[in-house]
Design a protein around this ligand. Structure first.
Ligand code: UD1
Length: 361
């Protein structure tokens, strides 16, 4: 059986890996070894996803976290190299655009191990984002680029990938499979709506964690002021990332919002299903809003998921609190048809067959 090593470390990667690891274990034609870099380590940022989504236990946990970008990526690479030399896989699978992604890709490539990048081709065209740097470099050295959207394919064409030997395939977005697969279970297992005394459609779900928002205190304040304005009309529920929490505490910033600790996937799905709309700077949550038929206000200057903008499901407001309020009011008065297929179906199966094809070629 061909062996692959999956390298992951941050919350959104656990959601994506849950889908593909299940498909791989169903087919029983690949041996998958999971390496957790340790980038996310609090139990409600990591263990809860492995438990709820029944992701196979990582064989290795590198426990690299809480460092600057260079130290984090470098330490991960050093430890990943040792593991790849022991395991000798045919390919390494990496997800998305985090420091764990680039560390896995770069280490594998230098050992002449095939690199498979899931969620390839996305671009924000903002090179100040660490994620943009990570994804551009990862794409260039990946042997198989599994893209989620037609715009991600276009991005790669514009960068000249047609002339390169990297294989590029549009399989759709793997997070769609996760929503479809876990939606029923989350309803059974999560009691977050009653626990928090929430009324369906009467609250807004918000998350803010991106470095571009958290490293600039003026921006961060403006985003939270926007959320506080909205909370006068609808309650705002905000699961708080540890990074954002620390900055709010360090700067003695308090807001009249319903802050909760980070939550697992089932609770998140139930909040998504029951909320009025979503306000976020997360990439994944923008699509999860769409999958759950909710509009999304994006607290960033750009998005990689341009089809959400093009079809009017989402709007970019940056850190402008007035634009945030205007978007909120516009979405209250609009009804959208979410039936359009933007992200495909059966994505995990398609990815699995592309991986098997690559390894047999
Ligand atoms: C990382 C990704 C980002 C992704 C996000 C998902 C990079 C460059 N960024 O950002 O693309 O959207 O994950 O959530 O890889 N922390 C804890 N407990 C945890 C996890 C983090 O306290 O379980 C703290 C860390 O110690 C650190 C801060 O939060 O001080 C930021 O964590 P880090 O992993 O560096 O980046 P994220 O902001 O989570």
């Amino acid at each position: 059986m061909k062996k692959i090593v999956t390298i992951l470390g941050a919350r959104p990667q656990f959601v994506k890996a849950a889908v593909l690891s299940r498909v791989i274990s169903n087919h029983q034609d690949l041996e998958e070894i999971i390496v957790h870099t340790g980038q996310h380590y609090d139990s409600n940022m990591s263990a809860v996803f492995f438990e709820e989504m029944q992701i196979p236990n990582p064989k290795y946990n590198l426990k690299v976290n809480g460092l600057g970008h260079g130290a984090m990526t470098g330490q991960m690479m050093e430890k990943i190299e040792e593991i790849l030399l022991i395991e000798k896989p045919e390919a390494v699978v990496i997800y998305g655009d985090t420091n764990s992604t680039i560390a896995g890709a770069l280490t594998a490539k230098k050992l002449h191990i095939k690199v498979i990048h899931i969620e390839a081709g996305l671009r924000s065209f903002n090179m100040k984002m660490p994620e943009e740097v990570n994804r551009i470099l990862t794409d260039r050295i990946s042997d198989l680029l599994l893209c989620p959207t037609s715009s991600s394919i276009d991005n790669l064409k514009n960068e000249g990938f047609d002339e390169l030997s990297n294989l590029v395939v549009n399989c759709g977005d793997i997070m769609k499979d996760a929503v479809v697969y876990y939606s029923h279970t989350s309803e059974e297992k999560s009691s977050i709506i009653s626990d928090l005394n929430l009324v369906s459609n009467e609250f807004v779900l918000a998350t803010i964690h991106r470095q571009e928002n958290t490293e600039d205190i003026t921006k961060l304040k403006a985003v939270f002021e926007g959320l506080e304005r909205i909370s006068k009309t609808k309650q705002v529920v905000l699961p708080l990332h540890p990074r954002t929490k620390k900055i709010l505490i360090d700067n003695a910033l308090t807001y009249n919002l319903k802050f909760i600790d980070p939550i697992g996937y089932f609770d998140m799905l139930e909040l998504l299903k029951n909320c009025n709309l979503v306000i976020t700077d997360s990439g994944g949550l923008q699509k999860e809003a769409f999958f759950n038929k909710k509009n999304c206000i994006i607290a960033r200057e750009e998005t990689e998921w341009v089809e959400l903008l093009d079809n009017g499901f989402a709007r970019i407001v940056g850190s402008n609190s007035k634009d945030m309020m205007d978007a909120f009011e516009d979405f209250q008065n609009s009804t959208a048809d979410f039936s359009i297929d933007l992200y495909g179906n059966n994505v995990g199966e398609k990815m699995h067959s592309e991986i098997v094809k690559l390894l047999n070629s």
